[in-house]
Design a protein around this ligand. Structure first.
Ligand code: PMP
Length: 459
């Protein structure tokens, strides 16, 4: 019939771009959003799924009777399930246990098998969702592992579909592209296209506090990731689909600001979106507040609100997790730092001798300290008493050796606005917490600092 698509896959893409009306009035830039949540499978991953399957078929890796296996936070699974339904494949999806029940139910609605794995294990752990997916592929005849974290067809989908569509819709008038970063497919694929088209184009990645991207870009170190609630963005390893080199700026956001912004996007702008959309818009607004430039910023909204009704849009869940409290009983890291005995921050410098660092530790009674590089005083890691001890016991090098070899990454980064409530979880993974604003270190917090702060409040 005239006007009809042949099948629902032909309806992927062609999503609208809309100007924010209320939430970004205070910034000089105009902020626009690309409504990828309006795709048939509910997210921008429909484009990725289509490209991954087409690529696998072309290369003879997936054929009739085949099974698509994927480790997914939900949306890639949904896209793949949609393609599989039309092309007659079976699907097995492996998901981390923090994902919303609506996502699991959605995948099961397509007849897919869903396997849930613990979130709180290392990516190399056989129970992790990445490793479980690999095992299922090995055990299933005719299985194809979509592997969105390492499949070039993922960023390619954004390079050949999302970005050219944005370019055509806006006649190239976009100056800045903002996206949350999970596999990195969106930012790397779109980013490559935009940068080829327009010199000076800026790419801004948004990273949740707890993920390791931000620190990795700033210091080249893999810090201790820790758990956070926003779904679909941030990683605890580096996927090969992520090209961090083309990202000009990374903005950090915490769960609370992501979720409150998500609720405002629905209530004030009528954009029925999920948590990573709130994260991306919160990040874009922070970027625009800092840059103060009059320019066109385009933010990609990955998925819709439906899947998060039992979380972000449920007041009970929000309150239980401390995201709705106007007054947080434990306060923020800024308060903890100001209550901490007013000792100046003690740091070491890259290149400093082990002897000098030991002397500083003795004179100031600290057991761990941040190490800054020479130029600019940027953080490059921490040095801890226990590492100095190991070094001296092994006796392989002398006291005049530089401490550089002992600098390690067993720390987590937070900002002064991070809630103290979150530090408990962070300390189960990291030895020390470094507090940073912009590029400056404003303090360090150890377990004993937290204990003292909490004990003082009780007295
Ligand atoms: N938001 C949501 C809800 C997602 O599912 C994903 C994919 N993990 C992203 C954002 C991030 O997109 P990408 O993987 O392309 O970096």
């Amino acid at each position: 019939m005239t006007g009809a698509k042949n099948n629902i896959l032909e309806a992927v893409g062609g999503t609208p771009i809309v100007k924010l009306q209320k939430l970004a009035r205070h910034v000089a830039a105009d902020i626009y959003v690309k409504c990828e949540y309006l795709n048939p499978g509910g997210s921008m991953k429909d484009r990725v799924a289509g490209n991954i399957v087409a690529d696998a078929e072309r290369r003879g890796l997936l054929g009739p009777g085949g099974t698509i296996v994927e480790a997914t936070s939900g949306n890639t699974g949904m896209g793949l399930a949609l393609v599989a339904a039309l092309r007659g494949y079976s699907c097995v999806f492996v998901m981390p246990d923090k994902m919303s029940p609506e996502k699991v139910a959605g995948l099961r609605a397509f007849g897919a098998r869903v396997v849930i794995c613990p979130t709180a294990v290392e990516p190399e752990d056989p129970r992790s969702y990445y490793q479980t997916a690999k095992r299922i592929v090995a055990e299933t005849p005719g299985a194809y592992y979509a592997n969105q974290y390492h499949n070039p067809a993922n960023p390619e989908a954004h390079y050949t579909s999302t970005a050219p569509e944005i370019w055509a819709q806006t006649a190239g008038e976009v100056d800045v592209f903002v996206a949350g970063m999970g596999t990195g497919g969106t930012i790397s694929g779109c980013g490559r296209f935009f940068k080829e088209k327009k010199p000076g184009f800026r790419l801004v990645g948004v990273d949740p506090i707890g993920s390791l991207y931000y620190e990795y870009v700033k210091t080249g170190r893999m810090t201790r990731p820790f758990a956070y609630y926003v779904e679909g963005i941030g990683e605890d390893f580096l996927p090969s689909t992520m090209n961090l080199k083309i990202v000009d700026e990374i903005v950090r956001v915490d769960d609370k600001e992501c979720f409150l912004m998500t609720r405002e996007l629905v209530r004030q702008e009528g954009l029925f979106v999920g948590g990573s959309s709130g994260a991306a818009v919160a990040g874009a607004i922070k970027y625009a507040e800092a840059s103060k430039r009059k320019e066109n910023i385009l933010v990609l909204l990955p998925d819709g609100a439906q899947k998060y009704l039992s979380k972000i849009f449920d007041d009970k869940w929000m309150r239980e997790n401390g995201f709705l409290d106007e007054v947080d009983p434990l306060g923020t890291v800024a308060e903890l730092l100001s209550r901490k005995k007013q000792r100046p921050l003690v740091t070491a410098k890259k290149g400093e001798s082990v002897r000098d660092v030991i002397a500083t530790m003795r004179d100031t009674s600290v057991s761990q300290m941040p190490v800054l590089d020479g130029e600019g005083g940027r953080l490059c890691g921490i040095v801890a008493e226990v590492d100095l001890l190991d070094f001296l016991v092994k006796g392989e090098a002398g006291l005049d050796s530089p401490i550089d070899l002992l600098v390690e990454s067993d720390y987590a980064m937070v900002t002064p606005a991070t809630r103290v409530h979150l530090l408990r979880n962070i300390f189960s993974d990291a030895q020390i917490v470094v507090v940073e604003t912009g590029d400056a270190i404003v303090g360090v917090i150890t377990k004993i600092d937290l204990i003292e702060f909490l004990a003082e409040r009780k007295t």
